[in-house]
Design a protein around this ligand. Structure first.
Ligand SMILES: Nc1nc2c(ncn2[C@@H]2O[C@H](COP(=O)(O)OP(=O)(O)OP(=O)(O)O)[C@@H](O)[C@H]2O)c(=O)[nH]1
Ligand SMILES: [Zn+2]
Length: 306
């Protein structure tokens, strides 16, 4: 195409978005910088990672002309209480957690799951490093399958990038989808992607719990194309899976298995110490996992002020 022609409208994905414009992922896999037309800016503020956009090339420069209606968005509330869309058109949130080295952090898993539920995004779990299952610090996979698979109803995949176990299941899990990948540092996200794409030489990006949980950390996401219409969304910062903005009385709905416990005596029950609480009863008789309930209580009492 000549530098001076105006191209027909093309559909592209927004790979990343910054103050001075966006990076587009063109259908051929090429990434280019683009400016955002003012009408788009007025309507959407800014395109976000994952947006499907109509773009046009005018005299060598790319412009975003239109943003398709978003589905599957990841939102957070900004420090000043404004809702911010972080990423759009997510088909699946995949939470990667190692069962050992570093030890499993159930609190992180439950927070990320609750956040996905609040955003109404389907979620799945990948328990990685199962080659370490016989080590003393390893979390019990039978328990994890029961709690997250059977009781909470999520797809659970067990993997090891060392032995290759479960790598095909992981590949099938994400195939053809736009996937937001969540996991603490060193859980093995990069290794998993490299296991299915040995030729892809990239750092998936470091998620460091200490530096990215700070209140003023910028959270931006980027889209990485894999084969067969599969896109990985790298969301740096655990803040992307914040639960700060979930009203306390709604948090229980973000723990999927609580629903199955039946009705509590009080409609506004927070499942703490209330008499006639069906959730507490289920925890008592083991149909809801104690640790899941503890995670819930922890999130319920988390400092909600910014
Ligand atoms: N034993 C074992 N080690 C693994 C496995 N997968 C990854 N590792 C190791 O764990 C370490 C961290 O893996 P990464 O893939 O860099 O983890 P990450 O989640 O991408 O980490 P960040 O980039 O910091 O977010 C590396 O030393 C890997 O070699 C596994 O299945 N088993
Ligand atoms: Zn209750």
């Amino acid at each position: 195409m000549s530098r001076w022609t105006i191209s027909d409208n093309t559909t592209a994905r927004i790979a990343s978005s910054g103050k001075r414009g966006v990076t587009l992922l063109l259908p051929g896999g090429e990434t280019v910088k683009a400016r955002v037309s003012s009408n788009v800016f007025r309507e959407y503020k800014n395109p976000v990672c994952g947006d499907v956009a109509t773009v046009v090339n005018r005299q060598g420069a790319w412009y975003v002309e239109k943003i398709e209606t978003r589905k599957g968005i990841l939102e957070r509330t900004s420090p000043v209480g404004k809702r911010q869309v972080l990423a759009a058109n997510i088909d699946l949130v995949v939470i990667v957690a190692s069962i050992a080295s570093p030890p499993l952090r159930r609190g992180f898993v439950d927070r990320a799951l609750a956040s996905a539920e609040w955003n109404r995004l389907p979620a799945a779990l990948v328990f990685n490093k199962i080659d370490l299952r016989e080590t003393t610090e390893a979390a019990d996979l039978t328990v994890l399958e029961k709690v997250y698979g059977k009781q909470a109803g999520y797809t659970v995949v067990q993997t090891s990038t060392v032995t290759g176990e479960g790598i095909n299941s992981f590949k099938n899990l994400i195939d053809g989808k736009t996937v937001a990948l969540a996991g603490i540092s060193a859980a093995g996200k990069t290794s998993l992607i490299q296991a299915i794409h040995p030729d892809l030489n990239l750092r998936i990006g470091s998620v460091n719990a200490k530096t990215t949980k700070g209140k003023h950390t910028t959270v931006s996401a980027r889209l990485i194309p894999l084969e067969n219409e599969t896109f990985l969304m790298d969301t740096p910062g655990l803040r992307a899976f914040s639960v700060d903005h979930i009203p306390k009385e709604e948090l229980g709905y973000c723990f999927t298995e609580f629903e199955g416990a039946g009705r509590c005596r009080f409609r506004n029950c927070l499942h703490e110490t209330e008499p006639g609480c069906a959730v507490l009863e289920a925890v008592e008789n083991g149909t809801i996992d104690k640790e899941r309930h503890l995670s819930y209580l922890k999130l319920l009492h988390e400092d909600n002020t910014f």
